[in-house]
Design a protein around this ligand. Structure first.
Ligand code: S3P
Length: 424
């Protein structure tokens, strides 16, 4: 994909459904009794991997462009798959499904692509083993492929060293099958879609400060779910709207759950002109976002806000590269454990484009305001790196080439089409 500097960015866009919520809808719908109908489901490669895994465990899932229909079989209705479960590029599938598999009365092998096979799994292996599951890394490196032999589980109170919704969710899902109340305490609150959606299906999950607790053995009942637009996908157009001179765009139906909205707070702290319209609080909160070109300035991003914008830090790096002054990002060491090492990859390529950015152990320091120029980017199997540089390309001199540009299908299959429409 070759992209050029944009002289124009105007119009309206509806980003696809939220990836985290789409995954959970398939998983919880499979474990519920009766049908679950999901509209605005993200038809991205990651969520299709989740559908594929549950189909292999005997769940009938109809997938049409209008909706997916999951014929759930209850908490104990999964059956042993005939073959290895393939999670593709999806960390969320790997970690959340492991919590469910930890309790199933059959062994399963889970694997995925080259990126997944490098991502740390000890973080779920440890708590799930404490609950009684037998979970091993086939290559002995604490990464997938994982071999999971489930069985009866003990409830635990797990104190996680990292704020991770994937870890928290794996434990809460295993907790559905445990012999008592299971609790997870994390250092800061991570996204809470599991807690919200499990309760919607009929489970009992409570949250007090940074501790989530789940009662075992609920009866989950099939539901109707309308997935809000993904704020992590909207983030690219928020940045484009702020950065391209004269830009004005309206992004429809964006999920603004407070455990996910750090990008909006940071953009506003940097001087970004973003107006919330049509705020809706039925279920997961949503709003339309009106974004106008703004002169941005640097900021400090650290502490409890980090989990609420963790996936947006690559595009925030691009915003900071174009902002006047220094932006400092701390406490974001989790960036090294994503689809790629997002500190190293972003630092290397932004410097190559002309930015002045220094990587640190847990973040980066960006001296913004230097002119950028186009280069060739290999996204390292990371959809968010590809999309971040597609936006950087809009404000860079010359051409930016993105190799393996199709990796965006992981979370945003029509990304380049939407971007092209808004810039032409
Ligand atoms: C996700 C949680 C986050 C996020 C990922 C999706 C989820 O990961 O980065 O894209 O759906 O629970 P961690 O839990 O590893 O922080």
């Amino acid at each position: 994909m070759i992209l050029q500097k944009a002289s124009h960015l105007k119009g309206e866009v509806t980003v696809p459904g939220d990836k985290s919520i789409s995954h959970r809808a398939v998983m919880f719908g499979s474990l519920a009794q009766g049908d679950t109908e999901v509209t605005n489901f993200l038809q991205g490669a990651d969520c299709l991997s989740t559908i594929d895994c549950f189909r292999k465990m005997g769940i009938d899932i109809e997938n049409t462009p209008e909706r997916i229909l999951i014929h759930g079989r209850g908490l104990h209705g999964l059956s042993a798959p005939d073959s290895t479960l393939d999670v593709g590029n999806s960390g969320t599938t790997t970690r959340l499904i492991s919590g469910i598999l930890a309790a199933q009365p059959f062994p399963v092998t889970l694997t995925g692509d080259a990126s997944i096979q490098k991502r740390p799994m000890r973080r779920i292996m440890e708590p799930l083993s404490m609950m009684g599951a037998d979970i091993t890394s086939v290559n002995g490196n604490d990464c997938a492929p994982l071999r999971i032999t489930g069985g009866p589980l003990k409830s635990i109170h797990y104190h996680s060293k990292i704020a991770s919704a994937q870890v928290k969710s794996a434990i809460l899902l295993a907790g559905l099958y445990a012999d008592g109340i299971t609790k997870v305490t994390e250092p800061a609150v991570s996204r809470n879609h599991t807690e919200i959606m499990l309760n919607y299906f009929g489970a009992s999950v409570t949250t007090e400060e940074t501790t989530a607790s789940v009662c075992p053995n609920p009866v989950l009942k099939g539901q109707k779910i309308c997935v809000p637009g993904d704020i992590s996908s909207a983030a690219y157009f928020i940045a484009a709207g702020l950065l391209v001179p004269g830009a004005e765009i309206l992004i429809h139906n964006v999920g603004i759950n407070p455990t996910r909205d750090g990008i909006l707070k940071v953009a506003q702290a940097m001087g970004g002109n973003i107006t919330y319209l049509n705020i809706n609080h039925d279920g997961e909160p949503t709003a339309d976002l009106l974004v106008k070109h703004s002169a941005l300035h640097g900021t400090i991003i650290e502490g409890d806000i980090i989990p609420t914008l963790i996936d947006e830090l690559p595009i925030i790096n691009v915003m900071a590269a174009c902002a006047e002054g220094t932006t400092t990002i701390r406490n974001a060491e989790e960036l090294r454990a994503k689809e790629s090492n997002r500190i190293d990859v972003m630092v290397d390529y932004l410097n190559a484009m002309g930015c002045d950015i220094t990587g640190t152990e847990d973040g980066m320091i960006i001296e913004g305001g230097k002119p950028l120029h186009g280069i060739t980017i290999d996204p390292h199997m990371d959809h968010r790196v590809a999309m971040s540089f597609a936006i950087a390309a809009l404000v860079a001199e010359g051409e930016t080439k993105i190799t393996d540009s199709d990796i965006v299908t992981v979370s945003y299959p029509n990304f380049y089409e939407d971007l092209h429409r808004l810039t032409h």
